[in-house]
Design a protein around this ligand. Structure first.
Ligand code: SAM
Length: 207
């Protein structure tokens, strides 16, 4: 595998030396996208949040600022991401507002109906059997609560199509494909929003 491919494949599951570099870069690299995604949470209340595929943990920290009374559990299947998220949010961890777990969205280590908000930034591209993962997210959400997905790709842009060929197991979804998978998993009131100037996509769904 060439170096470029090796580096890009670290976005799927950061591991080893290259993974360390990648997970360090994710926080800054995705900040503007994530902030735009979080702007869709306006008017949505939350007291117990699951931040899924948390990467470097910056978005977990921003959610804790956005919801100053909430508790948040960040989860990632990469040990490096877990380590980085813990380091990034150490004050919130010490304050008991944040927990960081290693786990896979295919089988979330949470009781049914635990959270009132789940978020997924730049990660659903890598989730296997998307409908089943969405059903798993739905399981851990309380009735009436929200699932927010935010992607840099709307599934139609050329860059994403190039990355799909380079990154093993990556799939960029259109708004229609995400909507269909969410509906199949039992979500309703699904709203999609495209960024005005970029191929960015945010989807908000209700359990
Ligand atoms: C491109 S990074 C995005 C990280 C962060 N959400 C952000 O926006 O900067 C994708 C993250 O999702 C995680 N991930 C991918 N598939 C996962 C799965 N099935 N379960 C848990 N984490 C997963 C990866 O380990 C990686 O940290």
């Amino acid at each position: 595998m060439g170096l470029f491919k090796k580096v890009l494949n670290q976005t799927r599951k950061p591991e080893g030396f290259l993974g360390k570099l990648m997970v360090g870069g994710m926080n800054g690299g995705h900040a503007r996208l994530a902030d735009w995604g979080m702007s869709h949470l306006n008017g949505i209340t939350a007291s117990n949040i699951a931040e899924l595929g948390c990467g470097g943990g910056r978005n977990a920290g921003e959610l804790l600022k956005l919801y100053p009374k909430a508790k948040l559990t960040a989860l990632d299947y990469s040990a490096l991401s877990v380590e980085k998220t813990k380091a990034f949010n150490k004050t919130m961890l010490a304050a008991g507002r944040c927990e960081v777990l290693q786990g896979n969205v295919t089988s979330l280590p949470f009781e049914t109906e635990t959270f009132d908000l789940a978020t997924a930034f730049e990660t659903v591209y890598f989730w296997p059997e998307l409908e089943q993962c969405f059903a798993e997210v739905r399981r851990v959400l309380k009735p009436g609560s929200t699932f927010l997905i935010c992607n840099e790709s709307d599934g139609t842009d050329k860059t994403a199509q190039k990355y799909e060929k380079i990154i093993d197991g990556m799939k960029c979804y259109t708004a229609e494909q995400l909507t269909a998978a969410l509906q199949a998993a039992g979500f309703s009131e699904i709203k999609t929003d495209h960024h005005a100037g970029r191929p960015w996509l945010t989807v908000v769904a209700r359990k």
